[in-house]
Design a binder for this molecule. Structure first.
Ligand code: C5P
Length: 213
């Protein structure tokens, strides 16, 4: 079973994807880490993030063993990721790895922005996780301050809005809900309730597919 989970920054899709993967015993790929790692490597090599050709070369040479680097979890890394993610050549360079991860024998859970639309258009289940910008900013603010990082609520909200703008309006694989994805609106749900809702939606989609097959 392939589960595609897309949504904007700080929508909770990553936490949800992790829990869904554990629940079904499937491997999980947080595809945002790929873009974050490309930006990290580009910056380390002194490459301009707006230089598509050079960024794509960095993406082609990406070592996926480095995706557990804690430096990829910062606000700055997310911001830099959204700059390299605009380049079609970077996206193309990362496509094969994501597709081969998804096409493992037992399936997989992938989360990102274009999983249901580009990476796995034939996924068995597609969820689009969303919440208002204010709710997402508050969650991110609590997460960052909980980790001892000093930020203001206003700056976190501004970052979320800037990232939304970049991800929604870019020409290549913009963030959009796939026509066959189910919307999971989590503004009024805590993570446990969102997880239960996700499992219900996945079970419903699988039983529908079973009946159709
Ligand atoms: O999900 P995360 O916030 O880690 O993603 C960082 C950035 O990487 C996003 O803002 C987006 O620009 C880009 N991204 C993408 N496609 C994906 C995953 C992430 O363009 N599948």
């Amino acid at each position: 079973m392939i589960v595609a989970i897309d949504g904007p920054a700080a929508s909770g899709k990553g936490t949800l994807a992790k829990r869904v993967a554990v629940h079904y015993g499937l491997p999980h790929l947080d595809t945002g880490l790929l873009y974050r790692a490309v930006a990290r490597d580009a910056l380390a090599q002194g490459i301009d993030l707006d230089d598509a050709g050079t960024a794509a070369k960095v993406a082609s040479g990406l070592q996926v063993a480095t995706l557990d680097d804690p430096a990829l979890r910062t606000v700055g890394a997310g911001e830099a990721a959204s700059r390299v993610a605009r380049h079609p050549a970077v996206r193309t360079a990362l496509l094969a790895y994501q597709r081969s991860f998804a096409n493992r024998a037992d399936g997989a859970v992938l989360d990102g922005r274009d999983i249901g639309t580009v990476i796995c258009p034939d996924a068995d289940v597609k969820l689009f996780v969303n919440a208002s910008a204010e709710v997402r900013a508050m969650r991110r603010f609590l997460e960052l301050t909980g980790r001892g990082i000093a930020v203001s609520e206003a700056s976190v909200l501004a970052d979320i809005r800037a990232r939304d703008e970049r991800d929604l309006t870019r020409g290549s694989a913009p963030l959009v809900q796939a026509p066959d994805a189910v919307l999971l609106e989590t503004s009024n749900l805590d993570i446990d309730a969102a997880f239960r809702a996700a499992i219900d939606l996945i079970e419903a989609a699988m039983s529908c597919a079973g009946r159709a097959g």
